[in-house]
Design a protein around this ligand. Structure first.
Ligand SMILES: NC(=O)c1ccc[n+]([C@@H]2O[C@H](COP(=O)([O-])OP(=O)(O)OC[C@H]3O[C@@H](n4cnc5c(N)ncnc54)[C@H](OP(=O)(O)O)[C@@H]3O)[C@@H](O)[C@H]2O)c1
Length: 252
């Protein structure tokens, strides 16, 4: 959607969510921003206000279905939402070579999968009814193939991607746009912990620009950077035996 005016972003207290909030912040725009860390969220909100946007912020955990529904419905009632970005997410286990623990695996699914559902389900009936609106789901290039560093994270991002692709087709006749965002490596607190080489690492401001343009063009899948997107796309098509060997060589 071109020039959305009422925008809700989860996970706006840090990284990509904060960069997206700032990139949309200007006069005439109302931002509904959430995160769990009140102090960091207020800093982002204050920076967005400094750019002329009106900002409402909410300290809410995306895993809490009822609180999320109450927040999103209240936001939409006060200003009908043009764009909802389900961005909040976590990863686990990719630092210091540790494996994802059972608790981390469950937390990754709860935040990344249930959290996205808790963000988009309350708004869908409203957007359908007014035949207008856009939903953006923050997946990842990691959602095209399971990687040894973070199997649960990859699986959660695959679920988000496939959910969004199906919903895009289902909702198109109802006037609701759905886009799936698949970034490669972006320099945020999440990737700071990674102990492996991150090819084509980009800054969050540049990533936010790419995402904003893709959403304005109603792209179904916003994958970037292109070379890395091509590699994961290729890996997902290769026979598993062959991609296992290639990924094994990378780890040596
Ligand atoms: N960075 C990358 O390379 C990369 C690549 C592809 C996709 N992504 C995706 O981009 C999204 C943002 O990641 P990021 O890199 O910007 O990481 P980040 O800097 O760690 O930011 C994550 C954001 O999600 C919020 N969040 C996490 N768990 C939450 C919960 N249970 N309830 C509410 N908010 C929660 C955090 O809020 P608090 O800090 O306030 O808790 C924070 O605002 C994630 O979905 C991630 O999977 C990132």
């Amino acid at each position: 959607m071109k020039e959305p005016r009422n925008i809700l972003i989860t996970g706006a207290s840090s990284g990509l969510g904060a960069a997206l909030a700032l990139s949309y912040a200007h006069s005439g725009v109302t931002l509904f921003l959430s995160g769990r860390n009140a102090e960091r969220l207020e800093k982002v909100a204050s920076d967005c206000r400094g750019r002329g946007a009106k900002v409402e912020r909410a300290v809410v955990n995306v895993v809490d279905e009822d609180t999320m529904a109450t927040w999103i419905e209240a936001a939409d009632t006060s200003r009908p939402l043009d764009l909802v970005i389900a961005n909040a997410g976590i990863s686990a286990g990719s630092h210091k070579g540790e494996e994802e623990t059972c608790d981390q695996i469950r937390a990754v699914f709860a935040t990344n999968v249930d959290g996205v559902l808790n963000t988009i389900l309350p708004i869908l009936p409203r957007m359908r009814e007014r035949k207008r609106g856009q939903i953006a789901i923050m997946s990842s290039l990691a959602g095209f193939r399971g990687f040894a560093e973070s199997p649960a994270y990859c699986a959660s991002k695959a679920a988000e991607r496939v959910l969004g692709e199906g919903m895009r087709l289902r909702l198109k006749p109802h006037g609701v746009q759905v886009s799936v965002i698949c970034p490669g490596f972006v320099k945020t607190p999440m990737t700071e912990r990674n102990n492996f080489t991150m090819p084509f690492l980009m800054n969050p401001e540049r990533a936010a620009q790419v995402i904003k343009l893709g959403l304005a063009l109603d792209k179904g899948r916003i994958s970037f950077p292109m070379p890395l997107a091509f590699v994961v796309w290729l890996l997902s098509f290769l026979p598993v035996g062959l991609s296992d060997v290639l990924l094994g060589i990378r780890k040596r």
